[in-house]
Design a protein around this ligand. Structure first.
Ligand SMILES: [Zn+2]
Length: 145
């Protein structure tokens, strides 16, 4: 595991600066300055093959009184004491309606801008037995694509 996204020495300074940022664009600008390669790309929504993922997201957003923004795919997302700043940014994006995930969790559909769970997450979902999936095998595309 790389140390690329560990907290920098001036982490407190950055958190102070973050407090004066007025909108989400400002937060994106700030994180691009601190970690230029962290945000990889954005996806519009979850694939229709996984309606429970989409409805969980929409439910959370309704509770937060925000509109679902985008699914933000980031290079690496570690949640521990050495990566507090990444956690602060991710939380901010989340309360503003974003989903923040790494490529370990989410794959882009080969054909459209929808999000699919990674093969590993698909297997976990299937094995958990909690969710009734409409598809049996993981695919790199939505079933209608
Ligand atoms: Zn698709």
């Amino acid at each position: 595991m790389s140390d690329k996204y560990q907290d920098p020495e001036n982490v407190d300074e950055i958190i102070e600066e973050l407090k004066s940022v007025k909108n989400i664009e400002g937060v994106v600008d700030l994180i691009k300055r601190v970690y230029p390669t962290w945000i990889l790309y954005y996806l519009r929504k979850y694939s229709e093959d996984y309606p429970h993922l989409q409805s969980n997201w929409e439910f959370y957003c309704t509770k937060q009184k925000v509109k679902p923004a985008h699914i933000m795919i980031v290079e690496e997302f570690l949640r521990d004491d050495k990566h507090k700043l990444i956690g602060v940014f991710a939380e901010l994006f989340t309360i503003c309606g974003f989903i923040v995930r790494s490529p370990k969790d989410i794959y882009p559909c080969d054909n459209c801008d929808c999000a699919l769970p990674s093969p590993e997450r698909f297997i976990q979902m299937k094995e958990s037995g909690n969710i009734k999936l409409s598809i049996n095998e993981w695919s790199s595309k939505c079933s209608k694509c």
